[in-house]
Design a protein around this ligand. Structure first.
Ligand code: SF4
Ligand code: SF4
Length: 148
């Protein structure tokens, strides 16, 4: 059986654009686990329990970050920067290299309506993208500027 060649066989460009925060402002699920809670609590100088009681909800057994009143992620600060950037959850660290975005070249192009960082800046090889899809790597995020 031959392996299917993904549309990103030759790699893709992506760099998070400083000051954007669009993906943190759309209503959605930021899934987390207990380890995430521990890391984020420590980053904010809170106890695990206090962080969980303040910022976490559980839906059908899945831990999620709460949303602000405007539906943005509760970890998004008033300055449009993630308050826990260095320890942000896996799904944030691997965006936009998610299965649903990488389903085909059309889903990748559609995602450009949300994210202005697609097809810009840093080049990711197919191997890097596959590692990101497996949650075994991370993009740099906006704090690293041109590095994505
Ligand atoms: S990943 Fe994309 S949508 Fe999210 S903040 Fe960066 S540039 Fe904006
Ligand atoms: S945890 Fe940070 S990076 Fe992730 S959605 Fe919330 S504000 Fe954005």
């Amino acid at each position: 059986m031959t392996e299917e060649v993904p549309f990103y066989q030759d790699g893709l460009y992506f760099s998070c654009q400083q000051g954007c925060a669009a993906c943190c402002k759309i209503p959605g699920r930021v899934e987390i686990d207990e380890q995430d809670i521990g890391r984020m609590a420590e980053a904010l100088g809170m106890t695990h329990n206090r962080f969980a009681a303040t910022y976490v909800r559980k839906v059908s057994g899945q831990l999620l970050l709460r949303e602000r009143d405007d539906a943005a992620c509760v970890m998004l600060g008033e300055d449009d920067r993630c308050m826990v950037h260095a320890v942000r959850p896996l799904q944030c660290r691997t965006y936009p290299f998610w299965d649903e975005v990488l389903a085909n070249d059309f889903t990748w192009i559609l995602e450009k309506d949300l994210c202005p960082g697609l097809d810009k800046g840093r080049w990711f090889s197919r191997e890097e993208i596959d590692a990101l899809r497996r949650g075994q790597a991370q993009t740099g995020g906006f704090n690293e500027g041109a590095e994505g």
